[in-house]
Design a binder for this molecule. Structure first.
Ligand SMILES: NC(=O)c1ccc[n+]([C@@H]2O[C@H](COP(=O)([O-])OP(=O)(O)OC[C@H]3O[C@@H](n4cnc5c(N)ncnc54)[C@H](O)[C@@H]3O)[C@@H](O)[C@H]2O)c1
Length: 359
């Protein structure tokens, strides 16, 4: 925090619809400033495919330094399928930041906002309110950029370490406890493939060790394949889930589908010291520049940022502001907002305006 108590926010809008959803999210924070004694200082910085196209780098050193100095990092979305490294992989500073800042806990809440249709029969009555915690620095992604490919075969190596897993499980149990204190069931499910792979048997063993220190949380396990089935059949049975990076990459998108689409799903990548807040979605090149992007996920990510800052700095007003933003989003949908991705006619500007009015 700077001398005038302003929270310094690094803003990496990125590519595609990233800047389109970032603009209304910042407007909401400016409105929070008007309605509270919270103050923000925003510093924008480049990262992503467009920056790579211009400079040959995914992000400059100055962006990394800014992220290091800021109180929190907001990211729109980065990468474009048409811009690639010579090895044919994409420009992904959002993934690099996780490694650089040791952001091991990818927190991906999926809450069905009342009034938003879910593709799952019964969800409107039973509700959906779960969190996928995706380990974000190792698992199969530890192999990023290191895979060995010949003309005959290709190999990528999955890594699970005790150091990261123990911190991940501690974080996950604490989150389940916090949610229990707020009226949720307080249940944590370890999602793995421990029936086949030794690495996942190791992952599960460490989960069970951690569970012994958190007796008030109901700890259980599911294999990832069975979990995929249960998520579609009875998503309301889940509270918090924790899993390896690649499984979390896939299941968190599935969870976003359950609550209406990518534009509804916020996220945070959290470490012991730093955190990046961004929507789950990517740069959506199919709709960029058309005013159709749903900014809800980005706005809800800002609410998550305020909650994290509140916890970190003991700022009760930041927690209240985060809650106010969530309630404003709920009100906008209760009043009939329907984004394009849900078959409606409301674009970025309409949704932003409705939420702004309710904050
Ligand atoms: N965190 C990130 O920065 C991130 C995450 C995922 C993908 N990407 C990158 O984004 C690019 C596109 O990837 P993709 O197509 O697999 O995933 P995507 O999330 O960009 O899009 C998937 C689908 O969801 C829709 N969608 C996404 N966000 C939306 C929103 N806010 N409102 C309405 N509809 C929305 C898109 O139109 C598309 O049909 C790729 O270059 C990929 O590498 C970046």
């Amino acid at each position: 925090m700077s001398a005038n108590n302003a929270l310094h926010i690094a803003v990496l809008a990125g590519d595609g619809i990233g800047p389109e959803v970032m603009a209304p999210a910042l407007d909401i924070l400016r409105k929070v400033e008007v309605n509270s004694d919270l103050r923000f200082r925003f510093t924008e910085a480049p990262a992503g495919a467009n920056h790579y196209r211009e400079t040959g780098k995914s992000m400059p050193e100055s962006t990394v330094r800014l992220c290091e100095e800021a109180d929190a990092i907001l990211l729109g979305a980065c990468g474009l399928p048409s811009v690639r490294y010579p090895d044919n992989t994409e420009i992904a500073p959002q993934v690099e930041l996780r490694f650089l800042f040791d952001l091991y806990a990818g927190v991906r809440p999926a809450r069905l906002i009342p009034g938003v249709p879910s593709p799952i029969v019964g969800a409107d009555q039973c509700g959906i309110d779960m969190v996928v915690i995706r380990e974000s620095t190792e698992g199969l992604f530890a192999s990023m950029g290191k895979g060995v490919v010949t003309d005959e075969d290709a190999r990528e190596t999955l890594v699970i370490t005790r150091k990261t897993s123990e911190r991940l499980f501690e974080f996950s149990f604490k989150l389940a406890e916090r949610r229990k204190a707020r009226g949720r069931p307080g249940q944590l499910t370890c999602v793995d493939k421990a029936n086949v792979f030794r690495a996942f048997a190791f992952f599960r063993k460490m989960f069970d060790e951690a569970a012994r220190h958190h007796p008030t949380v109901k700890a259980d396990h599911l294999y990832v394949d069975a979990c995929s089935l249960m998520l579609v059949k009875r998503p309301w049975d889940f509270d918090v889930m924790v899993m390896e990076n690649m499984f979390g990459d896939i299941l968190s998108d599935l969870a976003a589908g359950l609550i209406g689409g990518m534009g509804m799903a916020p996220s945070a990548d959290i470490g012991d010291r730093y955190a990046v807040f961004q929507p789950c979605h990517g740069t959506a090149p199919d709709i960029m520049g058309q005013g159709k992007a749903n900014p809800t996920a980005m706005i809800l990510s800002v609410a998550m940022m305020l909650d994290w800052l509140a916890d970190k700095h003991g700022l009760e007003n930041a927690a209240e502001a985060g809650e106010r933003i969530e309630q404003a989003v709920d009100k906008a949908y209760a009043d009939g907002i329907k984004p394009f991705e849900l078959g409606g006619k409301n674009g970025t500007a309409d949704i932003a305006k409705a939420v702004m009015a309710a904050v």
